[in-house]
Design a protein around this ligand. Sequence first.
Ligand code: F6P
Length: 529
Amino acid sequence: MTHWKTLSEQHDLAAERRISDLFDDPKRAQAFATQTGDMYFDYSKTNIDPQTRETLLALARDSDIESKREAMFSGVHINETEDRAVLHTALRNLDGGPVMVDGVDVMPAVLDTLAAMRTFATKVRSGTYTDVVNIGIGGSDLGPAMAVRALSPYQDGPRCHFVSNVDGADIADTLRVLDAKTTLVIVASKTFTTIETMTNARTARAWMLDHGGDPKVQFAALSTSEEKTAEFGINPAHVFGFEDWVGGRYSVWGPIGLSLMIAIGPKAFDAFLRGAQAMDTHFRAAELHENMPVLLALVGIWHNQICGNATRAVLPYDERLGLLPSYLQQLEMESNGKGVQRDGADSPRNTGPVVWGAAGTNGQHAFYQLIHQGTRVIPCEFLLAAQGHEAELAHHHQLLVSNCLAQSKALMLGRSLEEARKIAADKGFSGDDLERQARHRVFPGNRPSTTLLYPQLDPFTLGQIIALYEHRVFVEGVILDIISFDQWGVELGKELATSLQPVVEGTRDASNEDASTATLVDFIHRHRD
Ligand code: F6P
């Protein structure tokens, strides 16, 4: 019998069981948790029992996680459709040995680029720059934007702004308040061809020229293409290159992280890399049953592929992690949102889940209603620091912690009809009215969640968190037998946008378009000046 079949049977057997019943085992809270360094991952509030965990671990083992993990770390071309190695881990391999790609040790070049970034960042931080604008999209935006916000207590460099959308509103609103003479523009694009980024970069260059700045001095580029950055006219001394074995959504650790390094300084950036490196070491060495990324992935597989929960919510009780859900949306959905397996055959099961979320406590006053009482089960992933940075506002943090813990508890325990009746009776309801009112106050409970705890959101911890999720995506991809490192699904829309451009501009008629598109274009043409 395959592990998938066993898991599905175990799921059927667990149908009537409540998560809270699993706590009849007095050791459950400790037994269904793991720790690495100061980071603690609790998955006890899920309906995974010891037998199910064994099956999940067997599934991981039989999917060859261990050898595939080594293949990734050692530069094998595991991104098979693009014939590339996958080595974002080399960017944070600060104390590690050589990393070979096609017979060449890539570490000297990685460390040289890092040293050049440090020199440049130090110069920018100590110069006359007041602002930095990072122009990029997807992985060339979300990583640094998320991390700069997450680490704002460590920011002692110029202000950082992020422009990504091709919607002119984005760049217009950003540049309007800046001084072109004291602004550094960083064009972040792995390919240096992305239409949004190149359009915004040209607009920023024109703005700088019009407002007395000097793009030759005040532009930098982060890219794998030296040729294209030169064509754009970027001073080669301001170009920080990387290789095609760094995927866009995995690129914050190298040159794409330059704005972060400028914001928090090279030393704090090093701590960020070291946090990720610590997670790499743990992922590579820990036994599967205590391996945090593996366990996080197995919980994901259980909920998505076995229980059929199509989405998962990422709920950081950490305001500064407000962009983490968007960051993880790209990381997880671009990596594992695939319909075919490695050999091209259709996947026999659902692949990556829909990832969404927002910072707590805000979400509590918006969408938690559905999480608690809606008809769909949404596994929740809480993240929480033991302490905040605002020592003088410690009471805020205690409220934040209480709210986070209360949510996972409420999701698990719920509120029975009996309890709800008592509440309704206390409010003065009686008879049929009491029954009706009570039913609206029932919480089904038995809704799963995990909680990731850490002492404080510092650069090291943020590095750990991101690397944890990166490896989780890798493990899920291996178990699902899909290629997590390409992204062909973004291509069709890009191609069609290019071919639609003349139709939208009005230089080609819409007669070759489908009727819906032609009608939409017609409306747009009739309603613009
Ligand atoms: O469209 C998807 C994508 O290729 C992402 O994978 C990538 O992070 C983003 O576009 C930006 O690409 P680039 O860094 O080459 O501009």
